[in-house]
Ligand binder design. Structure first.
Ligand SMILES: [Ca+2]
Length: 114
């Protein structure tokens, strides 16, 4: 997923969410594109250290929106995080091998006029 975001545009990465409004915007984007609340990968994981969730763009882990009893760490493979657990905005840790919708983020570069 992360690599696919990079392939789509230089500097692309799975989306990071830092406040509730971003979580709501994500919900609107997914609902509009998928016509449903489908589980969607975001850029959070604990692949580097079990239990320490970090955003893959290096930004601060200052906002979490876990579902009840999540992150469950049900097995060692639950290292990636998706939103829309059971049709809710809440997040869940799950196996990174699951094929889910994913949300990429890119920086827009404004063309300069010289
Ligand atoms: Ca879980």
């Amino acid at each position: 997923m992360k690599l696919h975001c990079r392939d789509l545009a230089p500097g692309g990465h799975l989306a990071s969410l830092h406040w509730m409004e971003q979580n709501n915007v994500l919900a609107g984007m997914i609902r509009n594109s998928q016509n449903n609340d489908v589980p969607t990968w975001i850029g959070l994981s604990d692949i580097h250290k079990e239990g320490t969730f970090l955003w893959n763009d290096g930004s601060a882990s200052d906002f979490m929106f876990w579902a009840e009893d999540e992150p469950s760490h049900k097995n060692p493979k639950e290292k990636c995080v998706h939103a829309f657990l059971n049709n809710s905005l809440y997040w869940n840790d799950a196996s990174c091998n699951l094929k889910l919708t994913f949300l990429c983020s890119y920086k827009l570069v404004r063309p300069s006029c010289h």
